[in-house]
Each structure stands twice: as structure tokens, then as C-alpha cells.
Design a binder for this molecule. Structure first.
Ligand code: ZN
Length: 490
């Protein structure tokens, strides 16, 4: 900011209105008028402000800490000041570039009493802190967008302080006017923005990565060794480590809600946080990709036989059909008839071949990728089953080429339907005790000896294709509708 050069020695404060009207501000030294107001092009300053009350001070500190902003040196830390001269709150910067948040303690107390929503204060403060954190000073043409970004930041904050989605939404409903104007979006948009931030911190696209806990560095993405060279990869970019390697997609760091309350084994829904991005293969591994490993003697061919079921007459009688259903020798079809052990051998081969950490995805990685950043719905496209979106019930009664059903928000394919996919985790009856950091859950694997598969298949009913559905199998089961995809650590 070049305010000092523009205005010489004048002490001034830039204010961007968030909820209130134009008023005057008091700076550290004197009560000079604002030179500029970003929203209204009019001057204004706060004449009188005081130290915050203890509760606001405490909440303010909690918010700063939750966003990683509490460690900033005292000189540069965002200041909180109480004043009755504004309606709710506003963010401001003074002549020395010190960020300030003003709030009106009386009005906030009023709203909290009327709405009975204890999250209102945090929402108001977090929104203002969000303006500073995002380094977005509202200006002509950007005001609405910046308000939504600040709301998104508030959503991330509320979740980190353990508000529910419903509490976040109703706090916004208590403070934001129904109708928008030229400086503020309407209530629906703002509720959507705070929900989006609550559901997935990476939804707040303008918030600096270090605040959201994402991996970041000077390249603006993640430096990844690809085919021996350093590349800077941003979320959703793709790469390949070798000509016969699967295409990998960078899945952003951040949090999501895993599981559902539909079934006991998907319960409880819980938050999983990835501190770093990871990569997952864009498609299920195809028959051709798998064949490279078979050709060099490192993988066993897929098989429609089953060591467990070969003696079962019902299984044997359908073997002919299975040959029709599974088309892995045809171009682009998924490899099927591979066990968890087979999938481990394939990823081990690729790891040795590329020198990179190829592996099966953890169950959490798989579900994070499957949901595509869309929270609280059954499928990545919404709540209703749609046979145009996945090869499942109502689609082809055979495997389809792996890129047949596009549209996934992360650019992935078959995150519902076509073929079941092994993940690295062994089976547990519910999520109590699952790692919260997205790692594979590998404790007590020998006690039941079963492993997890996800995604459903071409033979699954709509209910079986939900992003949260879990299945289990023995590590040596080779099933005609069972396949896998790969992950890579970044
Ligand atoms: Zn604002």
C-alpha cells in the first residue's frame, strides 16, 4: 500500500464497511477523517473506541489461533477495538499498516440474545479477520466477492472451533440482511459461502494457503518430483511419471466430513484433515496398464476364478456370464479379478519403477476424492441417483471404459460404479478410532483379515453407490467386479 506517499504525514485509517454505515474512526494519535472508503467513496472515521470486553478478546484470540494467525508478532497482530459508532463490525488498516477489527459490543449482544445463537460473535469477528487474512480490501468491483470470501473464512473458523454446519448457517442468518445491495451479497449467497468454508477449507479459493493449512511455497503449489524433474503442481493438475503409468490428479489438502449416519459401519460421520495434498489416479487401473506389470513377471493376471468360491456350483454356473461382463482385455476397460494382494504387487512394481511412493489410497483419501469437495450429499453429483453419471444399476450390465462417465468435480472417473476398488485399510466395523489425518487404518488387521473396498460396481443398486458406502473382502479374493486405483504421496 502506498498510502503514506499519497497522503504524506496524515494519520488515517482505511476502512472497509462490512455491516455498518459510514462513521468516523479514531487513530492512535488523532481523529483525522478517513481519506477514502472503499465501498462508498466517502470519508468516515471512528471518533471513539475502547479496549474489547473480555469475552470478545478471548474469542478473537481463539479465532486468530485457529487460523494460524496468533503467532504473528505483537507489532503486526490484528487489533480488536470496541465502538458503538458502527452497526456490527468492520475491518480497517491504519497508517502504519496495522490491521484493526472494530466491533459494536452492544449490538452483537442484542443479536445473540434474540437469536439465542452463541456463534454470532465468532462469526462477526471471523468475517472481519477473514478480510485481513485474505488480504482483500474491498474495492469497486470486488466488494461482493470479497464479502463471500470473508464469509467462507468464517465457515472454516467456526468448524475449527467445533460449531456444527447448522450453527454456522444460523449465525449467518442472524446477522446478514435478507437482501443484498451494492456492497453486500444477499443472505442466501452468504449462507452458502459460510457453509462452503465449513464443509471444505479449500473452497475458500482466495484465502492464503498457509492459513488454511495447505502445503504452499514460493511456487504457489506443491513441488513434486515427476519423471525425475521438479514440477510445481496446483490442486487438480494432472501428471504422469512414466508412459505406462496411470495419470494422477492432485487432490487438495484440507478437511472433509467422512462417513454418514446411514449405516453403522459408516458411522460416526467425522472430520478428516489432510495437511498435504496427495495424488490419486484419474481412473481405475485399466487392463492394459495392469498388463505391463504382468508382462514383466511382477503381477499375476486377473482371474475370474475364485479360490474361495470355485467349488460353489452357483458360482461355477455363472462363470460364462462373468466372462461377458468383465471386458478387461478390451481397450480402456478396468482390470478386474484382482485381489488386494494383486493390487499391492502392482503398486509395489510402480513404486520400484518410478522411485515414487505409489500405493493403494487410504480409505479416507478415496472418500475425500470421491466426494470431490461436495459435502453432505450421497453422490458427487447430488442426492438423487442418475444413471447418466455412473455405471451402476440402470447402466450397462458390464464394465465400461474407464473414462465413460465424466463430470466429477476433481476430474476423476468411476468414483461411483463400474468396478469396486480396493483401498489400503483393513476392515473395522465402524469409524471409532480411525486416524483423523487421512492415513490408512492398519491396526488389528490380522484379527479379522479383511480389507476395505469402495465405490460399488456396475451391478450395484443406487444405494450401494453412495460415496460413503463400504464393502469388505479377503486379501486374496479375486472377484469379477473388483478392481483398484492408485494413490501417490506428494
Ligand atoms: Zn465484510
Amino acid at each position: 500500500m502506498s498510502t503514506r506517499s499519497l497522503l504524506g504525514a496524515a494519520v488515517f485509517v482505511l476502512v472497509f464497511l462490512c455491516y455498518g454505515a459510514n462513521v468516523e474512526a479514531q487513530s492512535g494519535n488523532s481523529g483525522k477523517k478517513f481519506e477514502r472508503d472503499f465501498h462508498n467513496d466517502e470519508g468516515g472515521s471512528i471518533q471513539f473506541s475502547t479496549e474489547p470486553d473480555a469475552e470478545a478478546r478471548a474469542e478473537f484470540d481463539r479465532i486468530l489461533a485457529s487460523g494460524g494467525l496468533g503467532r504473528v508478532s505483537a507489532d503486526n497482530r490484528i487489533r480488536l477495538r470496541a465502538t458503538t459508532e458502527i452497526k456490527y463490525a468492520r475491518a480497517a488498516v491504519n497508517d502504519d499498516d496495522i490491521p484493526i477489527v472494530y466491533y459494536n459490543p452492544n449490538l452483537i449482544r442484542d443479536i445473540r440474545r434474540k437469536s439465542d445463537n452463541q456463534w454470532v460473535l465468532i462469526t462477526v469477528l471471523a468475517h472481519e479477520i477473514g478480510h485481513h487474512a485474505n488480504r482483500q480490501l474491498p474495492s469497486v468491483g470486488h466488494a461482493l466477492e470479497y464479502e463471500l470470501e470473508a464469509d467462507c473464512f468464517a465457515g472454516v473458523t467456526l468448524r475449527r472451533l467445533s460449531a456444527t454446519m447448522e450453527q454456522a448457517r444460523s449465525a449467518m442468518q442472524a446477522i446478514a440482511p435478507l437482501k443484498g445491495d451494492e456492497t453486500h451479497p444477499g443472505l442466501d449467497d452468504r449462507v452458502q459461502a459460510i457453509s462452503a468454508g465449513w464443509a471444505d477449507s479449500t473452497a475458500c479459493v482466495h484465502a492464503p494457503a498457509e492459513i488454511l493449512g495447505q502445503t504452499d511455497n514460493s511456487c504457489g503449489g506443491t513441488v513434486v518430483k515427476v519423471a525425475g524433474r521438479d514440477r510445481c503442481l496446483k490442486p487438480l493438475e494432472t501428471f504422469k511419471d512414466c508412459i505406462d503409468c496411470p495419470t494422477m490428479v492432485v487432490i487438495p489438502a484440507g478437511s472433509f466430513t467422512m462417513g454418514s449416519s446411514d449405516y453403522k459401519n459408516e458411522s460416526p460421520p467425522h472430520e478428516v484433515t489432510f495437511r498435504r495434498p496427495f495424488a490419486i489416479s484419474r481412473t481405475i487401473v485399466t487392463g492394459l496398464q495392469y498388463q505391463y506389470c504382468v508382462d514383466v513377471g511382477r503381477c499375476a493376471p486377473g482371474s475370474l476364478q475364485s479360490s474361495r468360491w470355485n467349488s460353489d456350483p452357483a458360482f461355477r454356473s455363472t462363470l460364462g456370464y462373468r466372462r461377458l461382463w468383465a471386458k478387461w482385455t478390451e481397450p480402456g476397460h478396468p482390470i478386474v479379478g484382482v485381489s488386494w494382494n494383486d493390487a499391492q504387487r502392482y503398486s509395489g512394481w510402480l513404486k520400484a519403477k518410478t522411485g515414487q511412493d505409489y500405493r493403494l489410497p487410504s480409505e479416507a483419501e478415496w472418500e475425500r476424492a470421491a466426494r470431490g469437495g461436495v459435502a453432505g450429499v450421497n453422490y458427487w453429483w447430488g442426492n438423487q441417483y442418475d444413471s447418466e453419471m455412473a455405471n451402476g444399476h440402470g447402466g450397462d450390465p458390464v464394465t465400461t471404459p474407464v473414462e465413460s462417465y465424466p463430470g466429477h468435480p476433481y476430474g476423476l472417473f468411476d468414483m461411483a460404479g463400474n468396478a469396486f476398488q480396493w483401498v489400503d485399510d483393513c476392515w473395522h466395523d465402524n469409524y471409532a478410532g480411525q486416524p483423523a489425518n487421512g492415513a490408512a487404518w492398519k491396526t488389528n488387521c490380522s484379527s479379522n483379515g479383511k480389507y476395505v473396498m469402495r465405490g460399488g460396481s456396475f451391478a450395484s443398486e443406487p444405494d450401494g453407490l453412495h460415496s460413503s458406502r463400504r464393502y469388505l473382502g479377503r486379501p486374496d479374493d479375486r472377484v469379477f467386479l473388483l478392481s483398484f486405483r492408485l494413490a501417490r504421496t506428494l
